[in-house]
Design a protein around this ligand. Structure first.
Ligand code: HEC
Length: 160
């Protein structure tokens, strides 16, 4: 996480330099437009609704994988139910009803496995933090477990 912050920071600093305005020198004529294009590509990662993290593409099983649903429910009972209901009622965190209609599967899994970075960088996660006023703690959930939780959520949302 430290490293990511440094990357983001240096991107920001790079952006400041690229936008220039500071010292007029001969350098500005030679550094030309290259830095500008770098800056414009910067936000792409967070703007497609998949969130920030290693999960880029989730293949959804159809029909649902019932073994995964069951495993997901078990993890939910142990690690998530203190803060999340499966209705639309908010406890500490938002209720999970219809979450799979509101969010992309990739976003949900990144939120579960990479919550600290999501809260630092993803605008949707930050909105939730503003509403809930509590940071969701990292639950040490593996990608495989997160996939099962997603399947449990899909089942909860009425998918078969
Ligand atoms: C200590 C309370 C707590 C626990 C335990 C917890 N969460 Fe959260 N969760 C939150 C809060 C609070 C938010 C809203 C974001 C924020 O404020 O950090 C959230 C948000 C989420 C979201 C996004 C919800 C939405 O509406 O988009 C998902 C998905 C999620 N949590 C999954 C999980 C999973 C899976 C577990 C169990 C492995 C879990 N959470 C355990 C507090 C918790």
């Amino acid at each position: 996480m430290k490293r990511l912050q440094i990357v983001v920071l240096s991107a920001l600093v790079g952006g400041v330099f690229a936008c220039g305005g500071g010292e007029p020198s001969q350098e500005s004529s030679t550094s030309g437009d290259a830095p500008k294009s770098m800056v414009s590509e910067e936000p792409a990662a967070t703007n497609d609704g998949t969130g920030v993290g290693e999960i880029k593409n989730v293949e959804l099983a159809n029909p649902l994988d019932q073994a995964m649903v069951k495993e997901g429910e078990g993890i939910y009972d142990m690690k998530c139910s203190a803060c999340h209901k499966i209705t639309d009622e908010r406890v500490v965190g938002p209720g999970w009803a219809s979450i799979t209609k509101r969010r992309k599967p990739e976003w949900i899994m990144n939120m579960i496995t990479n919550v600290d970075v999501m809260l630092a960088e993803d605008p949707e996660a930050q909105k939730l933090l503003e509403e809930c006023l509590t940071r969701m703690p990292n639950q040490n959930v593996s990608v495989t477990e997160a996939r099962s939780i997603l399947e449990f959520m899909r089942s909860n949302d009425g998918e078969k």
